[in-house]
Design a protein around this ligand. Structure first.
Ligand code: NAD
Length: 293
């Protein structure tokens, strides 16, 4: 299949390369020429605009940071929408506001273009291995048509509802992860103050009810004070902002998300926004005046 791919960053580049490896003809575009060159080296083709990516393809995949980037890639001059015609499909795999997803779907529908919002979890390793989890919102017919193509990049691709439902699911994921990292950091801080080794606490409770994937993947980073990303705090701030905006829009109260956001903002103010989100533990080190290592 001819596939346009706009956004060849940490996630998009390996995802596009996996499509090339599966035999698809991939037309990649990014502001960053080095990212296009890397795709071409892997057997893809470079194009000079979103418009050209759309003109050459049946399906256009987008993988950009946030809603304004997607809006600009779609609707600015020489953007994707200018190259689209009736019957084509856009799959936006960026983690953005579900409200924005719906708006984009409506605008593209005026051109007879299908739209799925399909954010992912699994991070860079998952994108490289082709094992990301994809949560999709949109029409079942369109979902069924492109399921196999999306599975090339993923270990699971799940339809969760109408357009916007994919990003609601992603926001739920990001709320749970942030609150969870804060919860384990808070508990390890108490243990440390009581002179009980936090890593012993972890070993003792990890298989019980308090255990979680977050606990498994983030505890050792916290004990080592190794906050290399991983998933950067600045991206998690973006996701929680979208979660809080959506909560407001839907008149829902999300107090723990708001609290987690304040923790992340404080870490940003201290210059830690490029670190892994497990650096939430640093906040507890600061307020309790004790190291967790
Ligand atoms: P990134 O910053 O590494 O890549 C974004 C790319 O988009 C960059 O190469 C940039 O040059 C390009 N770009 C920006 N605006 C553009 C435009 N208008 N036209 C063309 N190119 C443009 O980001 P990433 O880490 O790949 O994340 C992409 C999305 O995936 C985000 O929404 C993020 O939240 C989500 N995500 C990231 C991870 C992760 O671990 N990095 C995990 C899951 C989901």
């Amino acid at each position: 299949m001819k596939i346009g791919f706009v956004g060849l960053g940490i996630m998009g580049k390996p995802m596009a390369i996996n499509l090339v490896k599966a035999g698809h003809e991939v037309f990649g575009y990014d502001f960053n020429q080095a990212a296009i060159d890397a795709l071409v080296e892997a057997g893809g083709q470079g194009v000079s605009s979103g418009r050209e990516a759309a003109e050459k393809s049946e399906l256009v995949i987008i993988m950009l940071p946030n809603s304004p980037h997607v809006e600009s890639a779609l609707f600015s001059e020489n953007g994707i929408a200018e190259g689209l015609s009736e019957g084509q499909t856009v799959v936006d795999m960026s983690s953005i506001s579900p409200v924005a997803s719906k708006k984009f779907a409506e605008r593209l529908a005026e051109q007879g273009v299908n739209f799925l919002d399909a954010p992912v979890s699994g991070g860079e390793p998952g994108a490289i291995e082709g094992s990301i989890a994809v949560m999709v919102g949109g029409d079942k017919e369109v979902f069924d048509k492109y399921y196999d193509t999306l599975m090339v990049m993923a270990s699971s691709v799940t339809l969760v509802g109408e357009v916007g439902a994919g990003n609601i699911t992603k926001l739920a994921n990001q709320m749970i992860v942030a609150i969870n990292i804060a919860a384990i950091s808070e508990a390890y801080s108490l243990a440390k103050k009581a002179d009980v080794d936090p890593s012993s606490v972890y070993q003792a409770i990890r298989t019980g009810l308090a255990g979680s994937k977050v606990m498994e993947q983030k505890s050792q980073k916290i004990f080592d004070g190794n906050f290399d990303p991983g998933f950067r705090i600045e991206l998690h701030i973006k996701d929680l902002q979208n979660a809080l905006d959506t909560s407001k829009e839907l008149n829902v109260s999300s107090p723990f998300t708001a609290l987690s956001m304040e923790i992340l903002q404080s870490l940003k103010a201290h210059g830690h926004d490029k670190e892994d989100h497990s650096a939430i533990a640093r906040y507890y080190e600061l307020i309790n005046n004790q190291k967790l290592q």
